[in-house]
Design a protein around this ligand. Structure first.
Ligand SMILES: [Zn+2]
Ligand SMILES: [Zn+2]
Length: 224
């Protein structure tokens, strides 16, 4: 008697139960879309990681950008390609060819795993660990793309960066939060600055007939 490697339900045979197999397949199908969705959460245009706050050697490192990390080499593409390579090795196949943009590689690796899902569920002892890591990966992406906290858009960060321009990252305030920290440059904005930030925002964007809070509709990040 086996147990499902993900939900631990008892199984007569195989390594993933039908429900977890289906959920894993859906997660694999979602991976390219999630990768795309993260693009909207990248740092403001023109900002590079080394342009962290104030730039000097004394300056704190920029806050880790989860969207950058997930879209980087060790993020989604790394996780998917590692599992695909492991799967192909255990099937006695050669290493998968890796080519194209990161976006294409995410798509290819997810598809390669998806096409072998039946074998993975029935015959691969690593199936549980694979399904679990995939679920964690999806969770990490969703926490960026669709944060569980209710937040509303406050305005754009006006902190000056090393090159003298404004940071420009979108600032969001969580319900009940006492301060807002810019996820990109790390500047902290206490509540007495919020009105000013909102006003600056309104001044910068011509009348839209909606209060700044309208930006709170999640899933549609408005990067400027
Ligand atoms: Zn299961
Ligand atoms: Zn900032």
């Amino acid at each position: 008697m086996n147990t499902c490697g993900l939900c631990e339900r008892e199984l007569e045979h195989g390594y993933l139960c039908p429900g977890c197999t289906r959920a894993t397949g859906e997660r694999l199908d979602q991976m390219p879309k999630l990768y795309d969705a993260l693009a909207a959460f990248l740092p403001p245009p023109g900002r590079r990681p080394e342009y962290g706050r104030a730039g000097g050697s004394e300056a704190p490192l920029p806050v880790a950008e989860p969207a950058l990390n997930l879209r980087g080499p060790g993020g989604m593409v790394g996780v998917l390609e590692d599992w695909r390579s492991a799967m192909q090795a255990d099937r006695g196949w050669g290493a998968p060819a890796v080519r194209g943009s990161t976006e294409e590689r995410v798509r290819t690796a997810a598809r390669g795993l998806s096409l072998n899902l039946e074998w993975i569920a029935s015959s691969w002892p690593m199936a549980g660990a694979f399904a679990e890591e995939l679920r964690d990966l999806e969770r990490s992406v969703l926490s960026v793309v669709n944060p569980p906290e209710r937040t509303r858009r406050l305005g754009n960060c006006v902190e000056l960066t090393a090159d003298g321009s404004q940071c420009g990252a979108v600032l969001r305030v969580a319900d009940g939060a006492a301060e807002v920290r810019c996820a990109w440059c790390g500047a902290v904005w206490p509540p007495d600055t919020w009105m000013t930030l909102a006003r600056l925002q309104q001044a910068a964007t011509p009348p839209v007939g909606a209060p700044v809070e309208a930006g709170a509709a999640e899933g549609h990040p408005s990067h400027v």
